[in-house]
Design a protein around this ligand. Structure first.
Ligand code: NI
Ligand code: MN
Length: 225
């Protein structure tokens, strides 16, 4: 499984021949000016919740690629009404896709669309593909629900928000890493705007002191599991 960071909370996952985009907010992110959404491949677009900084490029990319939108029922219905194809899920639900398995799990956050319409309840995803398990937390607070994940899944990577203010910060993300029993963490949802700027070296040091590995990718950079 190849994972590419497209800035903020935007990710690309390549599982075999399948390309998955997560929370595409690229064209509105000056830091991601080097990424052209017209060139991104997508068979599926995963949406954790309806906030602008997670959905901005969903319509443009889905229109061009015909990607299937996977999210909660309300978000998929919203895009369905605009003519887009989707696969609705809800919390605790799991589905076997041709590339692997996705489970939609709890997040503590909110989920309104930019126009104020209801975006259901926010979530995260556990994705299993090519015998690797990844947790994409979405925008969330630290929550005891995370302790449920390792009861069923041995994670290879936890992708956690670390920017604070709107989500967990570094210290809570370290506890989240304990809760999900995964020492390998990719940080996201930081630096995009003023409220969530962080000190990279301090964040990495804090994880290191707890015996954990915090990875921070450059925008456009990938890692392989
Ligand atoms: Ni949000
Ligand atoms: Mn956000």
């Amino acid at each position: 499984m190849k994972i590419t960071f497209y800035g903020h909370a935007s990710l690309g996952l390549q599982i075999g021949d399948t390309n998955i985009l997560v929370d595409p907010f690229i064209s509105g992110n000056p830091k991601a000016a080097g990424i052209d959404i017209e060139t991104l491949k997508a068979d599926y677009i995963l949406v954790t919740h309806a906030h602008q900084d997670h959905i901005l490029d969903v319509e443009a990319i889905a229109k061009r690629t015909g990607a299937v939108i996977i999210s909660n029922y309300e978000i998929v219905t919203y895009y369905g009404n605009l003519g887009f194809e989707g696969h609705p899920m809800n919390h605790g639900g799991q589905w076997d896709f041709e590339f692997g398995t996705i489970k939609y799990v709890n997040a503590i956050h909110t989920s309104s669309f930019p126009d104020g319409s209801y975006g259901g309840q926010p979530g995260g995803f556990i994705i299993e593909g090519e015998h690797k398990n990844v947790y994409i937390a979405g925008d969330t607070a630290l929550t005891f629900d995370m302790k449920l994940i390792p009861l069923q899944t041995k994670l290879d990577l936890a992708i956690l928000p670390i920017g604070d203010n709107f989500t967990m910060g570094v210290d809570d993300a370290i506890l989240a890493s304990d809760f999900v029993e995964c020492e390998k963490v990719l940080g996201y949802h930081f630096d995009t705007f003023g409220y969530i700027e962080i000190d990279h070296e301090e964040a990495k040091r804090k994880f290191f002191e707890k015996g954990k590995d915090l990875m921070l990718l450059e925008i456009g950079e990938s890692l392989e599991l």
